[in-house]
Design a binder for this molecule. Structure first.
Ligand code: PMP
Length: 447
């Protein structure tokens, strides 16, 4: 929130020495004795100078074990749209905890959250809750195949839909592996993946409507699965008419259109990217900002498809689905997001950051693009035109961007090395000012 208290908290003492992270490094080394790599997600491996260990989060800040207070643009990789430890979510969770943890049955708070969810999300006649984005993508694919009686799923280069075998395909292909533009290779994302799991998954280039239409015309595609704006590899907007064209083609050929809104949902608009762009899919998946850091995800969509779960013909299980403490967090978060005020508050701050970073890079003569939404944007070094698809981003200067991130971190600003910046309603003018001052110094160190 923009207020005086926030401004005072944010003001950095001018002569603060550069931050160090030795204690985090020491603890990661110790933890590595019991946790592979010292971390519990592969995406936390290999960050420079070390994966960090945190003690506390509050508002826009994280406090690490070296005693650093960091302005945070990771936001838990997206979920913390209201910032760290927001009062409304904390209170709702504590109140629910007093009433129990897990019932193995339904709760009033689950029904309330579902009602509000369906009122907010355009495609959502009905919703089913689960625990992670990866899970609900699988549920959506199963629903689409059951509804159509078809097997083929089309996905797109660079789009990430979770770590499971069937969709971890062509997520981070390299120039050596990606293949011919007209016939992209299907590139596995991990050792140990079982190839038959993606036998019926085909990979196309995103933002190429003619290629999608011609594939769908064969009449055997169960589902088209896409991030409606591509926010994992970069922040790439759909070209004019692309989403509308994909929608029309799916309708024409009887294919289920699935938007994976795990990042864009409850972040770029109360009803997600589908509301922002005015294009309604048949099914959509959500996670992250849905519960401000609690492990909640959802698959939602057309009643006739979702009801396959209600009759029991399509199975989707989960011991922890709609766990009431998580549902209390969901309801509190949705209530905070429903009227769109949070997104509107973030907008001018995000724009100022995007413009400020782009300006600092331009002044230093560093080729870069800053693209996306004010609530989640992407900085790409080494490219000069906004990307239209994943292949455009393969030219990014990643080593230089990582050096930029390290220089920012030393100045107590924490951003993702892949280029994404997430904002929350807890970020304010003072925090943005401090960030831009740090960014100018960091730019000068890498120019
Ligand atoms: N889909 C998208 C678009 C995502 O960004 C992610 C996670 N980054 C997932 C699915 C998987 O979600 P989770 O990590 O909760 O399994």
């Amino acid at each position: 929130m923009t207020n005086d208290a926030g401004r005072q908290r944010a003001a950095l003492p001018p002569q603060l020495p550069l931050a160090t992270f030795d204690e985090s490094g020491r603890r990661i080394a110790l933890a590595s004795r019991h946790i592979p790599g010292g971390v519990s997600s592969s995406f936390r491996l290999g960050v420079s100078p070390t994966p960090l260990v945190f003690e506390r989060g509050e508002g826009p800040f994280l406090f690490d074990v070296d005693g650093n207070r960091l302005i945070d643009y990771y936001l838990g990789l997206g979920p913390m749209i209201l910032g760290h430890s927001p009062e409304a979510v904390r209170r709702a969770v504590l109140a629910q905890l007093e009433r129990g943890i897990l019932y193995g049955g339904q709760s009033p708070v689950e029904a309330e959250a579902a009602e509000l969810f369906c009122a907010m999300v355009p495609c959502a006649d009905k919703v089913r809750f689960a625990g992670s984005g990866s899970e609900v993508v699988q549920a959506a694919l199963r629903l689409a195949r059951a509804a159509t009686g078809r097997r083929v799923v089309v996905k797109f280069e660079g789009h990430y839909h979770g770590w499971l075998d069937s969709v971890l395909v062509s997520v981070s292909a390299t120039p050596e592996t990606i293949g011919d533009p007209a016939h992209p290779n299907r590139v596995a994302g991990s050792a140990g993946q079982d190839e038959p799991a993606w036998d019926h998954v085909e990979v196309l280039r995103w933002n190429d409507l003619a290629a999608l239409e011609s594939r769908l015309a064969q009449g055997d595609v169960a589902a088209v699965l896409m991030e409606p704006a591509m926010c994992n590899a970069g922040a790439i907007m759909p070209g004019p008419g692309y989403l509308e064209g994909a929608r029309a083609a799916c309708t024409r050929y009887g294919t289920v259109l699935i938007f994976d809104e795990v990042i864009t949902g409850f972040r770029v608009a109360p009803g997600g990217a589908q509301q922002f762009f005015g294009v309604t899919p048949d099914l959509a998946t959500f996670g992250k900002a849905l519960a401000n850091g609690f492990p909640v995800s959802a698959v939602a969509g057309r009643a006739d498809i979702m009801d396959l779960l209600g009759t029991g013909s399509v199975l989707h299980g989960g011991t922890y689905n709609a766990q009431p403490v998580c549902m209390a967090a969901t309801l509190a978060t949705l209530r905070a997001l429903a009227d769109g005020r949070v997104m509107r508050e973030i907008e001018p701050l995000g724009r100022r950051l995007m413009d400020g970073i782009a300006g600092a890079l331009r002044a230093a003569g560093i080729p870069a693009t800053v693209t996306g939404f004010p609530q989640v944007f992407h900085v790409a070094f080494g490219v000069t035109e906004p990307a239209r698809e994943y292949r455009d981003l393969m030219r990014m200067d990643r080593p230089r961007y990582v050096r930029f991130c390290v220089e920012l971190l030393k100045r107590r600003v924490r951003v993702l090395e892949r280029g994404a910046w997430f904002l929350s309603s807890a970020h304010d003018d003072a925090v943005v000012e401090d960030t831009l001052a740090a960014a100018e110094e960091a730019v000068s160190r890498v120019s």
